[in-house]
Write a protein that binds this ligand. Sequence first.
Ligand code: UGA
Length: 452
Amino acid sequence: MYKYSVSILGTGFIGLCSAACFAQKEIKVIASTHDEKKAKLINDGIAPFFEANLQEILDEIKAKNQGMLQCLTGSIDAIAATDISMITQGTPMRADKSIDLSFIETTAKEIGMALKNKDKYHLVVVRSTVVPGTSRNLVGRLITEISGKIPGKDFGLCMQPEFLAEGRSIEDTFNPDRIIIGEFDEKSGSMLQEFYEYFYGEHLKNCPIMRMNLESAELVKYGNNSLLSTKISYANEFANFAELVPNVDIVQVMKGVGLDYRINSRFLGAGVGFGGSCFHKDVNAIKAWAKTKGYTSRLLEAVLGINDDQAIHVVDIAEELAGTLAGKRISLLGLAFKPGTDDMREAASIRVVDELLKRGIKDIVGYDPKANETAEREMGKKIEYATSIEAALKDSECAFLITEWDEFKSLSPDDFKKHMKTPNLIDGRRIYDYDTFHAALPFRAIGRTDLK
Ligand code: UGA
């Protein structure tokens, strides 16, 4: 089996984690970024951002497989020196909520320029999340126009959607549950399949490779993120139903529903709603894309609306519990969009803060074990930033649990009673034992109300 070399064009979570995992298995990888500082860090074996286990893999490569991973500041040489190029650039959300394909466009042009002078067959793989038609009509077209080469003959084209979750990128790269290959033609798909047969070996016994056309693969990714977001909004809708009936608990209800093998209980966690760089961006992008084709998505509109409303809802239940909050000091425990990261993109904390401010509640203090700095960059002076749980709770009259970090899970009712001026607690992620907390202090939790 031939061991292909790979260029990775874009060194974000997906790009760098893939590059590191490939290199660790002795596949020659040349990554490229326009950021000189980042390239130097990677070449020195230092992870330029935090992601669980990434640094460990880079250390291993440095110790055992030096030379397998290098990073250049331009893509042309990286493309020229490798057999396969993977596009792993970001596809952010534009102000009108549609997809911004400018990084993909630039990279496709660079590939076109590189291939102009390359005689050997080269495979291009789009791994970024892109709306249907992008791989063929933007990437494939630009490469053809600029290089003068013929797709299917001189170069191959695939689209392989990515399912890594932040904080699990390395684990997910090594243990995917399936590999989706969208192919321009059979030769392209077979070459990528061969690459993964080498990389995954035995793991493929439990991990099907599914091949389809480019546009279907592009849509699989949106199908995935849209369904996961839908599950969360569905759980939040039922949490709101549960709150209409005393002593009905959403956690039990979703556990009961999730035991159906056709459903499963993952992503049925009700709470303050989903955040992160992907769900909002992708659900909005596919909705906006459908609109350009004349189709209005009622389902995805509702998914996003329910998610936004959760931030209003937690503030409503806090005011039911503690009375009007204006003039009182409020604490937010957790600011990051999920535990295990300092990423603040689309975090629920931002929506909760905006809702508090809208109601004239200005004395807000937040604490996050990892995201204080990124939160300050995102929210500036809208809130104060505490450096410990105690400092965040001091003088507070209502605390909101927003991100389910382990260090918050171990808090007892006494911790809130001891540090707060008036201990009112809203559990926005259902991490506290309802009966214990409800008996011990004024307490509300998403998806449950009580007669007492
Ligand atoms: C998500 C997907 O899970 C990945 O499969 C996908 O590859 C990635 O987006 C992407 O498109 O790049 P990620 O955004 O890193 O990954 O994080 P998740 O673990 O999916 O969590 C997203 C949000 O949903 C978090 O704010 C989390 O708190 C929330 N969530 C999750 C809930 O509110 N309830 C749940 O039951 C599960």
